[in-house]
Ligand binder design. Structure first.
Ligand SMILES: [Zn+2]
Ligand SMILES: [Zn+2]
Length: 331
């Protein structure tokens, strides 16, 4: 098959992924072989490709918002039959035995595997995944529209849950890419007023189109105090202004897997029971719940489509804020 390999992390401007011919993957007993039809581009792919996340497998095929069709099932895989359309997310596998897995917090598993990082992912014609960690996809979503739901959507949903935002509450979203543009739709559906801070004018426009009551610059102070905020941008310098914008008792959720250093700030910004909490990965329950809600609303994903041959261009566009909504590779 054809696949995009990362042999060594490097700045995306040097186009570090190379299209190579490799052997088709073979599903293990509990795995399914999936023919990839679409794969979303995520900021985490950038962190893998550029090495902010230390290499765990080399070479590796990145990509962890995989949509495709099951072609072959492993000898012990019985949940789905060939022909079923499924999604493969970032959470590739958990150990099922550590204290976190045993207490309903498998997102914090001590021995996790991640698609497109510790295991090969979806920037390829075929990939394999454990049948217990793939999701059947709601029919209302075309392949290209479904891809961004699998990481941007699910992680944004977990952030929203942990934010504790209530109907009628004010929610801040910092950074308005793939995750932000899905998250706002769930937040609006739940009856929250959404305030969006993002540096690109075109992203501010999209935010208003999707129902933001206000959209301003990256660190601008919204016109009202916020009950909760989520920072999707990987920029630690946004933490103090985001705290500044919170009401007493408000929570600040950090949605990224990587963030630049957070500058020191006065305790007064945090005092009065404001809290800061990061989000790491997601549980399968988050994924199932989100996909159900996404189909009910229904979520509309704004996608910018790239040909399979344009992976490096897509990553460059993502790094330089050039994607409206979510970038998706079409196979
Ligand atoms: Zn575990
Ligand atoms: Zn992701």
């Amino acid at each position: 098959m054809q696949a995009w390999l990362l042999n060594k992390p490097a700045p995306v401007e040097s186009n570090p992924l190379s299209l190579e011919r490799v052997a088709d993957p073979v599903p293990a007993a509990n795995e399914v072989l999936v023919r990839v039809t679409a794969c979303g581009i995520c900021r985490t792919d950038l962190h893998v490709v550029e090495g902010e996340l230390p290499p765990r497998k080399s070479p590796v095929i990145p990509g962890h918002q995989v949509v495709g069709v099951i072609e072959v099932t492993g000898s012990n895989a019985r949940k789905y039959s060939p022909g079923t359309r499924v999604g493969i997310p970032w959470l590739h596998k958990t150990c099922g035995a550590c204290p976190y897995c045993l207490s309903g917090r498998e997102n914090l598993c001590d021995n996790p595997e991640f698609t497109g990082y510790t295991n090969n992912g979806g920037f390829a014609e075929y990939t394999v995944a454990n049948e217990d960690f793939v999701y059947p996809l709601p029919e209302g979503f075309a392949d290209l529209q479904a891809a961004p739901l699998l990481c941007a959507g699910i992680i944004g949903f977990r952030c929203l849950r942990l934010s504790g935002i209530q109907r009628g509450g004010n929610l801040g979203i910092y950074g308005f890419g793939a995750a932000g543009h899905v998250c706002i739709q769930v937040a609006r559906h739940w009856g929250a007023n959404v305030f969006v801070c993002t540096r690109e004018e075109k992203h501010q426009r999209l935010a208003r189109e999707l129902g933001a009551v206000w959209a301003g610059a990256a660190a601008e102070e919204p016109p009202e105090k916020l009950d909760a905020s989520i920072i999707f941008a990987p920029a630690g310098e946004l933490v103090p202004p985001a705290l500044q914008a919170l009401r007493k008792g408000g929570s600040l959720i950090l949605g990224g897997i990587y963030m630049s250093p957070i500058p020191s700030f006065d305790y007064g910004l945090l005092y009065k029971e404001r809290s800061i909490r990061s989000v790491a990965n997601n549980t399968r329950e988050d994924g199932r719940d989100f996909l159900r809600v996404a189909a009910e609303i229904p979520i509309h994903t704004e996608v910018q489509v790239f040909a399979f041959t344009q992976v490096n261009q897509a990553l460059n566009a993502l790094k330089h804020d050039g994607i409206r909504g979510a970038g998706v590779l079409q196979l």
